[in-house]
Design a protein around this ligand. Structure first.
Ligand code: C5P
Length: 230
C-alpha cells in the first residue's frame, strides 16, 4: 500500500459533460471541459486514494494512475457508477459528482441517420428527463458511500440555493460556485467555492481549479481522520 492520508480509501469521481444522442452521428452536449473533476481525481490520487474516474467525453487529458471508465450519455454514466459501486462489492469511502450531466436526453434517438428531405419540415426533438445520478446514489439504502459530495453551479444567492440543493439531493457536502459571467469562472482556470456541509458554509478563497481540488482532497482526508470517524 502506498502512503498518504487517503491510502486504502476508494473514491469515485464523475467528471466531464455527457453526450445525448439524436441519431448515430449527432448529439446534444454541454461546454464542460472536465477540468475540475480531472484535477480532483489527480489530487485524490496524490493523497494515496484508489480513484475510479467515470468520465463523459471531456477535452481534459485523463488523469494518470487511476481507473478510467469512459461513457457517453447520462444513462451510461449512471450504469457505470452502479457497476463501480455494487451493493455487495467493495465499498467506496466517498463519491464526488463533478460531472455536468445533461438534464434531458432526446426521448427516442433515431437508430439511423435522420435524412434531410426536400420540402419536408425540420424534425422536432422531444426530450425526456435523465436520471439524477447524485440524487440516486445519495438515496441508496445499500452501498451508499459514507461521504457523498455534489457540485452546484449557481448565478445568484449561491449559499442559499446550494444549501437547499444539499437537502434536496440527500448528499453530505455541496461544493458551490458562482458562475455568473462577471466571475470569469465558467471556462476559466480559477474557482471560488463555498463548501456546504451539515455544519454550515465555508467560503474558500479564489484559487486555481488545481488548488481547489487539492484543498477539497485534503478536506476529505481530514474528514476521514477526524474525531469519531473511522
Ligand atoms: O441539479 P444540478 O444539476 O444543479 O446538480 C448538480 C450536481 O448534481 C452535480 O454534482 C452533478 O454532477 C449532479 N448531477 C447528477 N446527475 C444529473 C444532474 C446532476 O449526478 N442528472
Amino acid at each position: 500500500l502506498g502512503g498518504g492520508p487517503l491510502a486504502g480509501r476508494r473514491i469515485l469521481v464523475t467528471s466531464g459533460p455527457t453526450h445525448e444522442p439524436i441519431d448515430p452521428v449527432r448529439y446534444i452536449a454541454n461546454r464542460s471541459s472536465g477540468a475540475q473533476g480531472t484535477a480532483l481525481a489527480n489530487a485524490l490520487r496524490d493523497l494515496g486514494a484508489e480513484v475510479i474516474f467515470v468520465t463523459g467525453p471531456a477535452d481534459a487529458p485523463r488523469p494518470q494512475g487511476v481507473q478510467v471508465v469512459e461513457v457517453e450519455s447520462a444513462r451510461e454514466m449512471l450504469a457505470a457508477v452502479e457497476a463501480a459501486l455494487p451493493p455487495q462489492g467493495p465499498a467506496a469511502d466517498a463519491a464526488v459528482f463533478a460531472a455536468a450531466v445533461a438534464d434531458w436526453r432526446v426521448a427516442s434517438a433515431s437508430t439511423s441517420k435522420i435524412k434531410k428531405q426536400a420540402g419536408a419540415p425540420a424534425p422536432a426533438l422531444e426530450f425526456a428527463e435523465n436520471p439524477d445520478i447524485l440524487k440516486t446514489v445519495s438515496r441508496w439504502s445499500e452501498g451508499r458511500p459514507p461521504l457523498v459530495i455534489g457540485f452546484a453551479a449557481e448565478t445568484d444567492d449561491v449559499e442559499a440555493h446550494a444549501s437547499a440543493k444539499r437537502l434536496r439531493k440527500g448528499c453530505d457536502w455541496i461544493v458551490a460556485n458562482d458562475v455568473s459571467p462577471a466571475t470569469g469562472i465558467m471556462g476559466g482556470t480559477e474557482n471560488a467555492v463555498i463548501l456546504i456541509t451539515a455544519e454550515g458554509a465555508e467560503p474558500w478563497p479564489r484559487l486555481t481549479k488545481t488548488e481547489t481540488a487539492q484543498r477539497l482532497a485534503r478536506r476529505i482526508a481530514d474528514h476521514f481522520a477526524g474525531p469519531g470517524r473511522e
